[in-house]
Design a protein around this ligand. Structure first.
Ligand code: XMP
Length: 622
């Protein structure tokens, strides 16, 4: 195990992911965790993350007393990154000062010593790295040596080989590839030729098609450095595979659930609950009982499509409860978004409770466990940056698919995905033979279309309208081959009427809006913008495989960079890396979608596009 102690860096989770991508299991816990939490995990390597603090400030977080002695006496390798290095230096008796010149952004470093962390200089004497620090190590503790320095003479890498302590002042985990294109030039040309827009536009497209190139930013050798550190210096074994995760989880479930115990699961139709349920089903078979609730707020043909996958492809035992009338009658006249969420959450609980009760009658025994598709990002405890207002207890998503659970159900939780990131859940889903289109579905919120129909959801045929518009938009995106490149796309119903003319008739009909965003985790998002000259909108992860070009290339110039990052280690296949992509909708695509909507959806005469990122907006409209 490689354990990461988090001191609040925005890159901490990236370290965890990078290491897992090297087929080594890694976990992240708060940097201020008690020593017992660290020792109980028995790590071979501990990485101290970066963080926004200065070691001199009063509230700067630090590792537990006794950590250094424990690491030393147990032969545990310790690597400090940025703030982690400074912390190590300070706690071991060295000195950290405010640097004479602060170092932010891309910097050159020179490797001075032939040491293991740089593969005996195999990664090169000179490197470009990503720095982000104001303080620097001014005097090293006894036993430490400088291994690399920045162009400005600051300490960039240190080691104390005897005690197995290492430090990097830069961020090796921030390897990234950016697309640079002649797009800006193409745009300038287009503008310059605005008298002949057609030619200008084609000129822009030609430039886009033929003149993009790729430039590596951040710490291009970072992945190699981590690889050398883990395998050559620490002697870690690669071998963490999703197949093993599956087998281990099945074993845990079988050891937890007694042979006569029953387990229930609320399936939302999303990836997480489906993969979790499929895994539990593989372990305990039909002692798993799933419920899927049609709350009347589902997308076009959602119930039929989802139930078909559950039953035909996954053979999951699912009870479908049609509770649409129950939900919609409670929502009648309600316009306040929070009130809608509360009502929906409460109804879910009632239905869930009734389901558990019915099972009890049928089985003569209460179900003992509940399966939840909780993911790792929801359970990681992070060190909050100062002034962020976050506490150590971490922000768990306030919204939830089942809206909270009845207290008197006394169910014990089974959370088989709680150590996995979303893309790892997808990998697991693949092994469990969850159909690919299902794994790649865009997220859909628990309160469903209630947060996409502004105002009263029962008003007129708002729900039908939004369903039809959404279906046209999503189908067009799929036809254009860009569905997998988008985090989430959907339609929103606005309770606003505008004047139009359709046929020869004046109309007074509704306005709808289309929203499409790229995001990594839903916490922040960029709208799928028309053009961007620098390709850093989305960072995708590729695990032990070349990227699927078809998923990022589209017939439109929706993607500028084809997603094939250069291999950091020439001659070897990429083990893991990231790629950045700029997306855009072509005008002709938008025009076609808009026409299809107005021609096919009764009651709509105006289509708008949401061009706001998160923040300041949220992804959903309510
Ligand atoms: P927001 O709108 O908060 O959405 O920017 C971030 C992500 O969360 C989804 N979302 C929800 N998911 N229950 C859920 O299960 C909810 O109540 C809920 N609200 C938002 C949203 O679709 C996006 O992916």
């Amino acid at each position: 195990l490689v354990l990461i102690l988090d001191f609040g860096s925005q890159y901490t989770h990236l370290i965890t992911r990078r290491i897992r991508a090297l087929s080594v299991f890694s976990l992240c816990i708060s940097g201020t965790s008690p020593l017992s939490s660290i020792t109980s995990l028995n790590p071979k390597v501990v990485i101290l993350s970066g963080g926004p603090h200065s070691v001199h400030s009063n509230d700067s977080p630090s590792f537990a007393d006794g950590f250094v002695d424990w690491a030393q006496s147990n032969g545990v390798f310790v690597l400090g990154i940025c703030y982690g290095l400074q912390l190590l230096v300070q706690r071991l008796g060295g000195e950290v000062r405010v640097g004479e010149k602060q170092e932010y952004g891309r910097m050159d470093i020179e490797v001075e010593k032939n040491c293991g962390i740089f593969g005996g200089k195999k990664v090169g004497d000179k490197q470009v790295v990503w720095m982000s620090h104001g303080d620097e190590a001014a005097r090293l503790p006894d036993g430490f040596e400088v291994v690399a320095r920045s162009q400005q003479g600051a300490v960039a890498a240190v080691e104390d080989g005897d005690r197995k302590f290492y430090g990097l002042q830069y961020h090796p985990e921030t390897f990234r590839v950016a697309a640079h294109s002649m797009l800006a030039l193409g745009r300038a040309w287009e503008t310059a030729l605005s008298g002949d827009n057609t030619f200008g536009c084609w000129g822009g497209k030609l430039m886009i098609s033929f003149f993009f190139f790729v430039k590596v930013t951040h710490s291009p050798e970072g992945m190699e450095t981590l690889r050398y550190f883990l395998f050559d210096v620490c002697g870690v074994n690669a071998g963490w595979k999703m197949e093993d995760v599956m087998d281990e989880e099945i074993e845990v479930i079988n050891n937890t659930v007694a042979p006569d115990d029953h387990v229930i699961c609320a399936l939302s139709g999303g990836v997480d609950s489906t993969v979790a349920a499929t895994l539990v089903h593989k372990a305990i078979g039909d002692r798993l009982h799933c419920v899927f609730v049609d709350n009347g707020l589902l997308r076009y043909k959602e119930r039929e499509r989802v139930m078909e996958t559950f039953e035909r492809d996954l053979h999951l035992p699912v009870t479908c409860v049609d509770a649409s009338e129950q939900f919609l009658s409670k929502l009648k006249g309600v316009v306040d978004p929070e009130m809608k969420r509360k009502i929906i959450g409460k109804e879910f609980i009632c239905i869930f409770d009734a389901f558990a009760h019915e099972l009890e009658q049928k089985l003569g025994k209460k179900p003992a466990f509940l399966v939840q598709g909780t993911l790792y990002p929801d359970v990681i405890e992070s060190c909050p940056p100062p002034g962020s207002g976050r506490t150590h207890s971490h922000t768990i998503k306030s919204h939830h698919n089942v809206g909270g659970l009845p207290k008197d159900m006394k169910l014990k939780l089974i959370e088989p995905l709680k150590l996995l990131f979303k893309d790892e859940v997808r990998q697991l889903g693949r092994i469990l033979k969850v159909p690919e289109p299902f794994l790649k579905r865009h997220p859909f919120p628990g309160p469903g279309l209630a947060v996409r129909v502004l105002g009263d959801v029962t008003e007129g045929n708002a729900l039908d309208i939004v369903r039809q518009v959404d279906e046209i938009f999503i189908q067009s995106i799929k036809d254009a081959g860009i569905y997998d490149s988008i985090w989430q796309a959907f339609a929103v119903f606005l309770p606003v009427k505008s004047v139009g003319v359709q046929g020869d008739q004046r109309t007074h009909s509704y306005v709808v809006t289309l929203r499409a965003v790229t995001s990594q985790d839903g916490m922040t998002a960029d709208w799928v913008e028309e053009f961007g000259a620098w390709g850093e909108v989305v960072e995708g992860e590729i695990y032990n495989t070349a990227p699927d070009d078809s998923s990022v290339l589209s017939p439109t110039p929706a993607t500028l960079l084809n997603g094939s990052p250069p291999c950091p280690n020439q001659g070897e296949p990429p083990i893991s890396t990231s790629y950045s992509t700029v997306y855009c909708f072509e005008n002709s695509f938008l025009k076609e979608v808009s026409q299809k909507i107005c021609n096919n959806v009764r009651g709509v005469n105006r289509v708008t596009l949401d061009i706001t990122s998160k923040p300041p907006s949220t992804i959903e409209w309510e």
